[in-house]
Design a protein around this ligand. Structure first.
Ligand SMILES: Nc1ncnc2c1ncn2[C@@H]1O[C@H](COP(=O)(O)OP(=O)(O)OP(=O)(O)O)[C@@H](O)[C@H]1O
Ligand SMILES: [Mg+2]
Length: 304
């Protein structure tokens, strides 16, 4: 398999402008088949715009986007067939039941009736939705709504699934349930591209991560690669001024040597560098105690 075949997403020189402003600013990116890939960045970084462009929901100004070997401008039909997408604000009809929503979606994909029913049954069983067929969508919790949206997105058997901030507003249990489902899908061969502003989501789920800020990719690699770019070991020191200082070193010996200088009025920890350290160092974004970026509401009631 050559590199082109190996990549399900191949983006070069991508630019998307709103007026003077570039929401996507010369982005190059390749995602290999079978990857679980995260776009990690703060509010306004360009995550939603990127998902919308790559999934053909909106146009762009410069560059090329190849999805599953098809240029999305020249061969939109072939490219679209490979793509399933779950947008940041999921678009289900609240007044319809789970089953009716899924059927409406399959009809939109122009699937014959017998095939629609078979596929929806199959997917619902896979995703554990069967018991909810007759529920009105607005009676479901956020986690189950996401699952309905996932069935809708997968009904035409795409190879690649885009999810824009899939776990915003979900409680911890629903979030973990959704993570397990995404792992299962990925394990069964689905390539997944998700955006998130949760560091721990990218770190625990994804094989590869890009940091995106102001429409530009500023670093990418496995969570381990990114952590190690700044130094394998971190010395964290906390003292009377209540400010935590961080220093990074490639070897444990160097980190231990550095840690020795502090007297016992300081609390000093030597540990492995993680994705959060890398993110803070490379982007200058601060992160709260719970591991979430501070710019965004973390209370589900405030989150959109
Ligand atoms: N339809 C639009 N018209 C004008 N500007 C837009 C439009 N959509 C997005 N933008 C701008 O493009 C930039 C990127 O927005 P985008 O929604 O892609 O960011 P995001 O990373 O998804 O943010 P969030 O975390 O808040 O969802 C922002 O500055 C935003 O204001
Ligand atoms: Mg967004």
């Amino acid at each position: 398999m050559d590199m082109q075949d190996d990549c399900i997403i191949d983006v070069s020189g991508l630019v998307k402008r709103f007026g003077e402003k570039s929401a996507i600013d010369h982005v190059d990116m390749k995602v290999k088949r079978g990857e679980m890939y995260a776009f990690l960045g703060p509010n306004g970084a360009g995550k939603t715009t990127t998902v919308r462009v790559l999934s053909t929901l909106t146009g762009f100004d410069e560059g090329t986007v190849i999805i599953d070997g098809h240029d999305i401008v020249k061969e939109p039909r072939e490219a679209k067939a490979a793509i399933g997408v779950i947008q940041q604000h999921i678009s289900l009809d609240k007044d319809l039941t789970v089953w009716e929503n899924m059927m409406a979606h399959a009809m939109y994909q122009q699937m014959p009736k017998a095939e629609r029913i078979k596929k929806i049954d199959q997917l619902s069983e896979y995703i554990g939705l069967g018991d909810y067929y007759n529920f009105k969508v607005d009676k479901l919790s956020g986690g189950w709504k996401k699952r309905v949206a996932i069935v809708c997105a997968l009904v035409h058997s795409p190879k690649l699934l885009f999810l824009d901030e899939p776990t915003v507003g979900l409680d911890i249990q629903a979030r973990r349930g959704l993570w397990d489902l995404l792992r299962k899908l990925n394990n069964d061969g689905m390539t997944i591209f998700l955006t998130t502003h949760y560091i721990e989501e990218a770190e625990s789920l994804c094989t590869r991560v890009s940091f995106i800020e102001k429409g530009k990719i500023i670093a990418d690699g496995t969570p381990e690669d990114l952590a190690h770019k700044i130094g394998y070991f971190t010395v964290e020191s906390f003292g009377k001024d209540h400010n935590t200082q961080y220093a990074y070193f490639q070897t444990k010996a160097e980190a231990d040597e550095y840690a020795k200088q502090f007297d016992d009025t300081m609390t000093v920890t030597v540990r492995r560098t993680n994705l959060e350290d890398a993110f803070v160092e490379m982007t200058g974004n601060r992160i709260g105690d719970n591991g979430f970026m501070l710019q965004k509401a973390t209370n589900p009631k405030e989150a959109r």
